[in-house]
Structure formats: structure tokens, C-alpha cells
Design a protein around this ligand. Structure first.
Ligand code: SF4
Length: 275
């Protein structure tokens, strides 16, 4: 029986920065946010993606299984994958039946703490091993200016994930003049300190590599005059956010104890600025 179809922007067979180990990345189409630093405006429109069933996607992913070792698996990213929760739940249910590690890379922008949406999210969490979650901006007013939407429900999602002790990796894009500000970084650190389920905290330095896509799509790129942060500012942000404190690495995710290895995070590893 054919299940829910997912709108998919693209696939990446050997992702190395979107979750533990080597991962098959499924980039879903559609996003309700309009982050000024977004590197993938071509994922914003959901129906621009191609449709696949969950079993078709799993079949494609499993062709790469021999590269996953014990830590790898499937990551759904976007766009915003939580826009298509039914599809992701189907995909992850099939994946877990095959023993595959499952990870969602999300902004949390669609999270609701009540009603059917919450029930769907709760079910999805039953088949999700890890979430890569963004803190776009800790200040509500600045969050709206940066993304076009409130961060209130996103903070509610963090609270819920903490309450069920679901492992998360936090990612924070450092943008000069927007998030690269010691006061905001300290507020972000204080928020992270309230959580008990944080396995990793990463700083992603802003870059403008996506500008060409804006030109192609005829969308104004508002950060055209913004430079990447300096190495010193990146280091400053890592220090304030206490990135080195969060070392619950991959091996702990599958039940082993912390191996203590210090996996370096490439400063410019993720070209998407959305995770
Ligand atoms: S950065 Fe991510 S969350 Fe923000 S608009 Fe782009 S795809 Fe959406």
C-alpha cells in the first residue's frame, strides 16, 4: 500500500556533518521561515520538490548502508522537515524496523504544544534518535526580524524535548551585527544551561555562498554587505556557548559510554546555514 508522499528537494548520499557518522541526507521541500542568512532559498517552496514514498526513500538510503558503520544513518533536513511530519514518521518507522539511526535537522518553526500537531510530533519522537535544532536568535524581537516568525513555539519545543530527554545537538549561526553579540551569546548560553539533553553545541559561522541562488530566484539578498565573522569572533562565541562542555558524542547515542574523543567541527562544514 502506498503511504504518504513526501516532497523532496534533493538527496545527499554521504553527509558527514548532519548527525553522527556518515549519513544519507534527505532534504525535504518547504519552509515557513525566511531567515536572512538562508543558504537554500530554493527549498522554500514545498511543491517545487519531487514526490517519493517513504519506502522509495528508504530503499535509496539503504543502498548506502555499508558506509554507515555503527554511528551513521538517515537525517531528514530541509527546508523544514516538520512541515511533513506524516511522511517523516512513516520513513522513520520503516527505518527503525531495519535498525537504522534516525535524525531530524529542524528549526522547530512548526512546533505546536497542543492538538493534533503535538500528537503527531510526539509519535514522530518515538522513532527519532536525535534532533539537530537551531537557535536562530535568543531574543524574541530579533528572532522575528531575522526569520520572519516568533521563536516562542521553538522554545516550547526545546522544553518538550528536554522533558522526554530526547538527545539534541544545538546549532547557532554566528552573523556579524545580528547574532555575534556577547550579550545575546550569553543569553543563549544561559538558555542552553537550563537543558539536560544537549549532546553537542556548534557555532556555524555565517557566509554568503548562497547569494547566487537569490540572484537566480530574483529575491533580494538583504545580507549582501555582511562579512563572515573573524576566527577570533567564532572562537569567542564557542567559548561563551561552552561548546567544549558538550561532549556526549555518537557512541553514547547507541547506549555505549562516552568515548571522550574530541571530534573537531569544521567551521565551514555546513554550507546551508540553516541548521
Ligand atoms: S535557514 Fe533553514 S529554517 Fe531558515 S529559511 Fe532557510 S531552510 Fe528555512
Amino acid at each position: 500500500m502506498e503511504g504518504t508522499k513526501g516532497y523532496i528537494h534533493s538527496f545527499e548520499s554521504f553527509g558527514s556533518v548532519d548527525g553522527p557518522g556518515v549519513r544519507y541526507i534527505v532534504f525535504l521541500s518547504g519552509c515557513p521561515l525566511r531567515c536572512k542568512f538562508c543558504h537554500n532559498p530554493d527549498t522554500w517552496n514545498m511543491t517545487a520538490g519531487q514526490t517519493y514514498s517513504a519506502s522509495e526513500v528508504l530503499e535509496k538510503a539503504l543502498r548506502c548502508k555499508s558506509y554507515w558503520d555503527k554511528d551513521g544513518g538517515i537525517t531528514v533536513s530541509g527546508g523544514e522537515p516538520l512541515l511533513q511530519m506524516d511522511f517523516v514518521t512513516e520513513l522513520f518507522t520503516l527505518a527503525k524496523a531495519k535498525g537504522v539511526n534516525t535524525c531530524i535537522d529542524t528549526s522547530g518553526a512548526t512546533f505546536s504544544s497542543e492538538g493534533e500537531a503535538f500528537e503527531k510530533f510526539r509519535r514522530l519522537m518515538e522513532v527519532t534518535d536525535l534532533l539537530l535544532v537551531d537557535i536562530k536568535h535568543i531574543d524574541e524581537e530579533e528572532h522575528v526580524k531575522l526569520t520572519g516568525r516568533t521563536g516562542k513555539n521553538i522554545r516550547e519545543m526545546f522544553a518538550y524535548l528536554d522533558s522526554i530527554n530526547k538527545p539534541i545537538w544545538i546549532r547557532h549561526v554566528l552573523v556579524p551585527g545580528i547574532t555575534d553579540n556577547d550579550k545575546y551569546l550569553e543569553q543563549t548560553r544561559d538558555f542552553i544551561r537550563t537543558l539536560h539533553n544537549v549532546y553537542r553545541v556548534e557555532i556555524l559561522p555565517y557566509h554568503s555562498l548562497g547569494k547566487m541562488k537569490y540572484d537566480q530566484l530574483g529575491i533580494d539578498y538583504v545580507l549582501k554587505d555582511t562579512e563572515s565573522p573573524t576566527k577570533e569572533r567564532v572562537e569567542n562565541a564557542r567559548t561563551i556557548l561552552e561548546c567544549s562542555k558538550y561532549r556526549r558524542w555518537e557512541s553514547e547515542l547507541d547506549g555505549a559510554t562516552d568515548c571522550g574523543k574530541d571530534t573537531p567541527v569544521s567551521e565551514y562544514a555546513c554550507g546551508r546555514n540553516c541548521c
